[in-house]
Design a protein around this ligand. Structure first.
Ligand code: NAD
Ligand code: UD1
Length: 339
């Protein structure tokens, strides 16, 4: 298939391009580089040996996006583009709603005007809120998000579902990612957070690199085996392959379908610290801090639906994830600085 990736230069998009190309699809990328750079695209080209059409375009720019699709007709769009920093979304709610929601509205309008009615959307386990059932299946009701970023995912899921109700020729696949970490085993591409990382794994790798002094563990009084928060970490390459698998749902004309993309295993913060130390031989000093506002105790998926319907399951284990996260950090201490 011919696939448009919005936000394709970002962490998950860049890994997904590679898996799509390996599976025989062709790609076209738009990204405004607000949280990425053309260097990521050059590295993907280095890994794959394929020259990739990519355009510095903001998805809110109707004309520019139309011009790309005039030149590159596509069968399906994988929609990654969006702002994703949870804390920033609390201080900049209008910017988050505007970028993520208006961007999606423009995108689907341009797609339909170009005859493409297939979309795979990057959603998040955050739409479950504090889940009533663990492990979380796709039929667990959506909950209350704790921040505007989460609400944009919640609302875009609803918008795309309503779009299908109005015009059933649309296929909408909502992928609810759990916690993506790791990096491509080549060490050429990975996650490139701005400033001090908010998420656990980039924080740990920066402690390992000596850029940060010690990990702050947010709370050890949750109702979990060691009291620290439990999450479903998934290797970004497995996640990328989940998108390739999701194309089958599009081909089968599913209408609207939701899939959890996780491993089904939960690890606590302290278990992640141990796994990182085992995988890399580097000790991670830590202190226990109070809980982080908005956090929940436990969140992990029941990933069986994606296996049953798409034949997809995660293959990498937690030590692979830690090793590849560290390999990326070690080789790229300052992220994507141009060679
Ligand atoms: P990322 O920031 O690395 O990638 C997003 C890309 O979108 C960036 O390259 C950015 O420059 C681009 N972008 C943002 N606004 C744009 C716009 N208006 N026009 C064009 N491009 C724009 O993030 P990621 O981790 O690769 O996440 C990809 C998607 O998956 C996002 O929608 C994110 O919310 C979602 N998601 C991520 C996680 C995670 O933990 N990384 C978890 C759940 C869901
Ligand atoms: C967060 C977001 C979620 C987003 C996801 C992936 C919140 C409330 N949720 O999820 O919307 O989809 O990131 O980007 O922010 N931890 C520490 N110390 C740290 C960092 C994290 O102890 O320095 C703990 C957290 O308390 C949590 C676990 O590590 O128990 C994972 O945290 P994180 O990587 O931020 O992901 P989530 O909170 O699950």
């Amino acid at each position: 298939m011919k696939i448009l990736l919005t936000g394709g230069a970002g962490f998950i998009g860049s890994h997904t391009i590679i898996e799509l190309l390996y599976a025989g699809h062709s790609v076209c990328v738009v990204d405004n580089f607000v949280n990425s750079s053309a260097e990521a695209m050059r590295r993907v080209e280095k890994i794959t040996g394929v020259s990739i059409p990519f355009y510095q375009v903001d998805i809110r720019d109707h004309d520019a996006l139309s011009a790309v699709l005039d030149q590159h007709p596509v069968d399906c769009c994988i929609h990654f583009a969006g702002l994703k920093a949870v804390g920033e979304s609390v201080s900049l709610p209008l910017e988050y709603y505007e970028n993520n929601i208006s961007g999606t509205l423009v995108l689907v309008d341009v797609l339909r005007k170009h005859g493409c009615r297939n979309i795979i959307f990057s959603s998040s386990a955050t739409v479950y809120g504090d889940p009533a059932v663990i492990p979380i299946t796709e039929d667990v009701s959506k909950g209350k998000c704790t921040n505007p970023y989460g609400w944009t995912k919640w609302m875009i899921e609803q918008i795309l579902t309503d779009l299908h109700t109005a015009d059933p020729s649309w296929n909408v696949v909502l992928l609810r990612y759990f916690n993506p970490i790791g990096a491509h085993p080549s060490g050429l591409i990975g996650e490139n957070p701005n400033g001090v990382p908010n998420n656990l794994m980039p924080y740990i790798t920066q402690v390992a690199a000596g850029k940060l002094e010690c990990l702050h563990v947010f709370g050890n009084d949750y109702d979990t085996p060691d009291g620290t928060g439990v999450r479903d970490y998934i290797h970004v390459v497995d996640l990328a392959r989940g998108h390739v698998a999701a194309l089958q749902a599009v081909e089968k004309n599913v209408g609207v379908e939701i899939y959890n993309i996780g491993t089904g295993k939960g690890y606590s913060v302290l278990e992640i610290v141990k796994a990182f130390e085992n995988a890399t031989g580097i000790e991670i000093p830590y202190v226990i801090d109070p809980r982080r506002p908005g956090d929940i105790g436990t969140c992990y998926s029941a990933p069986g639906k994606a296996l049953a319907e798409l034949g997809w399951k995660a293959e990498f284990d937690i030590e692979d994830m830690c090793r590849d996260s560290w390999n990326w950090q070690k080789r790229n201490p300052n992220g994507y600085v141009s060679d």
